[in-house]
Design a protein around this ligand. Structure first.
Ligand SMILES: [Zn+2]
Length: 424
């Protein structure tokens, strides 16, 4: 299958280029911008080509509960709103919630994401039907006891035996122990062994709150990063989400172990975690980093453009330095340039997967065209994305995505039923 995108503006080229995509990979870039015959053609006049964005930490299906009780204390929100609704959640609900998340991500220029939620196959089917790429978590929690842990492990094992249902270029499993406070030491060790046996990435929430760090110090006599390292969980395939409360010794070890940290600025602000991702101290140590929205229950948007802006502004504000995080760097992190998350390099070059977006530069937010990076990070939202291409397939064109109305109707119906109080 061949696709030719022509008349596209591309950074580094003075005039529009054409890009030839074959079997999902970028084959060549022609600086003359010529259209190649005998290929599916996409005229990108007035548009700028960018790598797709990578949402490196989310819980896609939670879009189903978007807005179900905001502005509440954490425990009240969980006990009164989220847990009762989640207790009634079916596999089909997770499928439709994930479809909605994929729809929102495609419409805001995200082409791949790291997910963590229940019902692996429902999530995977939704990802496949949406045409996105995802590293999908095999969730492991044993906070309710050994039985819960055993059930999670059994599910993870059976999913691994069924992975031939999915194309690994699009869907990959990831071991996903929820957090150090919800997974026991022994089960964390099991997760590491499982990751080694199956050659998996390990994705975990870490050091999101001060309380978590204090609890770890009290329980294990060391800070969370050293605790995970003692259990063998820190390595090149580890992804630590949130990573807000880290001291210098922890950052030194993270750099040494080549771990990737993922920032979730909106979620940190909304849940009032009281800390800020240590970008500058990480950059000094060349630590790989990604960016994520977290789930719609704590954001409530999956638009990575909003995340880039907030990330940059939070760093500038906290450090009292407007030069702390230039727009270009925020954009690169969102594109996956600072970490090969899901195998994405975040660059447009021959041989790379054609995970691409076209930005409509004829929009008020992108005008005047004096500074592309600044317009994208500080002025734009995901609405400037006109076309989304994933592995050479067009999944949105002229802002139209297949099945959009159906997905919205289905989710609305299910969300209303889930949040309705049960009959007395
Ligand atoms: Zn999360």
């Amino acid at each position: 299958m061949t696709l030719c995108i022509h008349n596209a503006m591309l950074e580094g080229y003075a005039s529009p280029v054409s890009l030839l995509v074959t079997d999902g990979l970028i084959e060549r870039i022609d600086p003359r911008g010529a259209r190649v015959d005998q290929a599916q053609c996409l005229d990108a006049r007035g548009m700028t080509l960018l790598p797709g964005l990578v949402n490196a930490h989310t819980h896609a299906a939670m879009t189903l509960l978007r807005g179900a009780g905001d502005d509440m204390p954490l425990m009240t929100w969980l006990q009164e709103k989220i847990w009762p609704a989640e207790a009634r959640l079916t596999e089909d609900d997770v499928y439709w919630g994930t479809r909605l998340a994929c729809l929102e991500m495609i419409r805001s220029g995200t082409t791949a994401f790291h997910d963590g939620y229940w019902h692996f196959h429902a999530v995977a089917r939704a990802v496949r039907d949406s045409g996105m790429k995802a590293a999908i978590g095999l969730p492991i929690v044993d906070a309710l006891g050994a039985d819960q842990g055993e059930a999670c492990k059994n599910t993870a094992q059976s999913v691994m035996q069924e992975m031939d249902r999915y194309d690994p270029r699009w869907i990959r499993p990831v071991i996903y122990p929820h957090a150090i406070y919800s997974v026991s030491t022994e089960t964390l060790r099991w997760c590491q062994r499982f990751a080694e046996i199956h050659d998996l990435t390990l994705h975990i929430h870490l050091s999101e709150t001060r309380g978590e760090v204090e609890h770890c110090l009290k329980q294990h006599g060391m800070r969370p990063v050293f605790y995970l390292d003692r259990l063998g969980l820190l390595h090149q395939r580890t992804l630590l989400a949130h990573a807000v409360f880290l001291d210098d010794a922890e950052l030194d070890l993270i750099a040494e172990r080549k771990v990737t940290l993922v920032t979730n600025p909106t979620s940190n602000l909304k849940l009032a975690c009281g800390g800020v991702f240590p970008y500058k101290r990480m950059a000094k140590r060349s630590i790989a980093m990604g960016m994520g929205t977290d789930g719609a229950a704590s954001n409530n948007s999956l638009d990575m453009f909003q995340e880039m802006k907030l990330f940059s502004l939070m760093q500038k504000h906290t450090l009292g330095d407007p030069t702390a995080l230039p727009a270009q760097v925020a954009l690169q992190i969102a594109m996956g340039c600072h970490a090969r998350i899901l195998g994405h390099s975040g660059i447009i070059a021959p041989g790379e997967p054609a995970d691409l977006i076209l930005i409509n530069t004829h929009t008020p937010e992108m005008t005047p065209p004096l500074n592309l990076h600044s317009n994208l990070v500080y002025a734009a939202t995901g609405h400037v994305v006109d076309t989304t291409i994933i592995h050479g397939r067009i999944v949105m064109q002229n802002r139209i995505v297949a099945d959009e109305d159906h997905i919205r109707d289905e989710v609305t119906k299910r969300a209303l039923a889930l949040t309705r109080s049960p009959a007395p």
